[in-house]
Design a protein around this ligand. Structure first.
Ligand SMILES: O=C(O)COP(=O)(O)O
Ligand SMILES: [Mg+2]
Length: 228
């Protein structure tokens, strides 16, 4: 059976690429510049998901710093430019993108990572060629949890909202998909905080990206869950 959506919009960090260590590295280099304590990757991972500024704000709050975040951001972005290509793709991601693309499904990325870091990362992980649309945190006036970037991508792809599926890992993906009125799938790995996978309203919760392809075999109304 055919895949039941014409466009799939993927989140990036925590969904396609495991970028937490690379992000944590850039955060800690920035904290060191300001002579502040550093944090382990697990703790910093809890601050990912709402863009670089929120991430740095969280880090500096935890470090009890009252530094002006406007003064901190340029240094962070310089460090992140050095680490941003370090994250590996999760297992089966590239194969899944290739399969969907081969079936004629359009693919896009909607991330709260700054746009300048997105294409190089997708390119180095062998994914860039599969995507028609890419929206980063600074591409449009609004970003996730707003549904605006998702609606922008479906309009750009000339695909109806009802034919568009969002795949993500965290609260901001859920809120954005709900705001846009789009079905969404959650990955059970990734960087969610307090999000309850079972009650979030996802049509499916998957443990590995290739399980997304199982949607082609299911009744769209019932959805699937590979998470036990
Ligand atoms: O960089 C972030 O804050 C999160 O990025 P994501 O939207 O790709 O998960
Ligand atoms: Mg994410």
């Amino acid at each position: 059976m055919a895949f039941p959506y014409s466009l799939v919009i993927f989140d990036l960090d925590g969904t396609l690429v495991d970028s937490a260590a690379a992000i944590a590295d850039a955060v800690n280099r920035t904290l060191r510049d300001w002579k502040l304590p550093t944090y382990d990757t697990a703790e910093i991972t809890g601050w990912i998901g709402e863009g670089s500024r929120k991430l740095i704000t969280s880090a500096f709050q935890h470090a009890d710093s009252d530094a002006n975040i406007d003064d901190v951001m340029p240094g962070f972005l310089e460090h992140y430019a050095e680490t941003a290509l370090d994250g590996p793709a999760y297992d089966g991601v590239v194969e899944t993108l290739a399969s969907l693309h081969g079936q004629g499904v359009k693919l896009a990325v909607c991330t709260n990572k700054n746009e300048e870091f997105v294409r190089p990362l997708l390119e180095v992980r062998g994914m860039l060629r599969y995507f028609d649309g890419i929206v980063g945190a600074n591409t449009l006036p609004e970003r996730k949890p707003s549904g605006v970037p998702l609606r922008y991508l479906s309009t750009q792809a000339r695909v109806d909202i009802g034919q568009t599926l969002v795949v993500g890992d965290s609260e901001s993906d859920v809120l954005a998909a709900r705001d846009a009125g789009m079905d969404f799938v959650l990955v059970s790995y990734g960087y969610r905080k307090s999000l309850d996978l079972r009650t979030a309203g996802a049509i499916a919760v998957i443990d590995r990206m290739p399980d997304l392809l199982l949607l082609a075999q299911r009744d769209r109304a019932r959805g699937v869950s590979s998470s036990s």
